[in-house]
Design a protein around this ligand. Structure first.
Ligand code: PLP
Length: 427
């Protein structure tokens, strides 16, 4: 594998992407010999870094210093940068006054953090269609798994029925994805939030797949929390976000116990330790924070904001049409969908190919065309089973899995065109 500017120039994308990303000139070997520029079509797993994010990180790197500890100039500068990143993310998410932005490692980490902050007796309601990161963290709560709905209306009705019988004074949380990591389909988040609140429940939005493609307004959607990951938002430096209400978080034990989360620690006469924990963001951000990760996320938020989601979405919808229309007359290809072919979606599409096992098909896309996609069950086993109608063992991706192609603001047209040509040729 090599990085070759010469190859990149020769294979210049037909239409450039709205936001430049790293890696467009990376070449990869083909099974038949020779090399081709890599077509990264697995944005739903991890998107390439935006050039701007990389530049911003590189510009800051010489000034790197400790955050919230240290009187030196660079420590002060790094602390400011970290806290400014918080403000940028709050603006990006259109948070309410009083909401807080916590930096975590990822969406998985954010939802696990929230899971540790559920009040006693909290019930959790989650559709079986969720990514495992949304499905599984609620181990200490009473969880109700809701059946896969086949329309937005059905989703709202299912939640309504599930919440109807509960005591509205007891704590409850609904966890819902904004855009499916399998089908790319958008979920009726605002409507689900209204149902949750009408029944005295809170709602957390898993925006891992939504935030890179779509504006997310905490205020307008009226969700209580939102979680997303930097590495899916073109900022792969190990940070994620949990933003939203403070009350449950302030009442909970710190997610991590350690320096930064503790206001006062004193040894007791009996040999034990008394600890007074901070409230607010410090309570759940013990240890030295990942300032580069936070800075990278803030940089990506600004870049996406400047490009404008309307323009980004219009182009992405065109690329979705290129895929759908380009494969419409290939009967062996069946796209997976919960809400129907016309449902609004982001640039994430999964499909099965008659006569092919998904791992072999994905390997052929890589080996013969230099295209990187994902195959398998996409950490959403119950959903893929519903969509493929498959029975069988959990995790048996070979027999049950599908192929997923996903793209975004850094994808040149040529990558998607190459993908369509490749699928047609392979089939
Ligand atoms: C919808 C959704 N939620 C959560 C996650 C987990 O994200 P992370 O692996 O960054 O924690 C993913 C990752 O694919 C996802 O697609």
């Amino acid at each position: 594998m090599s990085v070759s500017t010469a190859t990149a120039t020769a294979a210049a994308p037909s239409v450039r992407a709205p936001l430049p990303v790293l890696g467009l000139d990376v070449t990869v070997p083909l099974a038949s010999g020779g090399e081709v520029t890599y077509a990264a079509l697995d944005y739903a797993a991890s998107a390439p870094a935006l050039q701007r994010v990389w530049d911003d990180v590189a510009a800051y790197a010489p000034y790197y210093g400790s955050v919230h500890r240290g009187a030196g100039y660079l420590s002060q500068l790094s602390t400011d940068l970290f806290e400014n990143a918080r403000r940028t993310v709050a603006e990006f998410l259109d948070c309410r006054t009083g909401d807080q932005v916590l930096f975590t490692r990822s969406t998985t980490d954010s939802l696990n953090l929230l899971a540790t902050a559920l009040p006693d007796g909290c019930e959790v309601f989650v559709f079986e269609t969720e990514h495992h990161a949304s499905l599984l963290p609620w181990r200490n709560a009473r969880v109700t798994f809701l059946d896969a709905p086949r329309s937005h209306r059905a989703a709202v009705d299912t939640l309504e029925r599930a919440l109807a019988g509960r005591d509205p004074h007891g704590p409850a949380l609904v966890c819902v994805t904004g855009a499916s990591n399998v089908t790319g389909e958008l979920w009726p988040v605002r409507e689900l939030a209204a149902v949750a609140h009408a029944h005295g429940a809170r709602i957390v939005l898993d925006a891992a797949q939504l935030a890179p493609h779509h504006p997310v307004s905490v205020r307008e959607l009226d969700v209580d929390w939102v979680a997303f990951s930097g590495h899916k938002l073109y900022a792969p430096f190990g940070s994620g976000v949990l933003a939203g209400r403070t009350d449950w978080l302030d009442e909970a034990e710190p997610y991590l116990a350690g320096g930064g989360a503790s206001r006062r620690v004193a040894r007791r006469q009996d040999g034990g330790v008394d600890v007074e924990w901070h409230e607010g963001v410090a309570r759940h951000e013990a240890g030295s924070p990942n300032v580069i990760g936070a800075h990278a996320i803030a940089s990506a938020c600004k870049a996406l904001g400047s490009a404008g989601f309307d323009a980004l979405r219009a182009r992405e919808e065109r690329l979705i049409r290129v895929v759908r229309e380009g494969l419409a007359d290939v009967p062996e290809v069946r796209f997976l969908s919960l809400f129907g072919d016309d449902a609004a979606r982001v640039g994430v599409l999964s499909f099965v190919v008659e006569g092919w096992k998904s791992p072999s098909f994905a390997a052929a896309l890589s080996g013969s065309y230099g295209i990187g996609v994902r195959d398998g069950l996409f950490c959403a086993h119950p959903l893929v089973r519903v969509l493929t109608g498959a029975e069988g063992e959990c995790g048996s991706a070979d027999s049950l899995g599908a192929i997923r192609v996903s793209f975004g603001a850094g994808t040149p047209d040529e990558h998607v065109e190459r993908f369509v040509r490749a699928v047609r040729e392979l089939v």
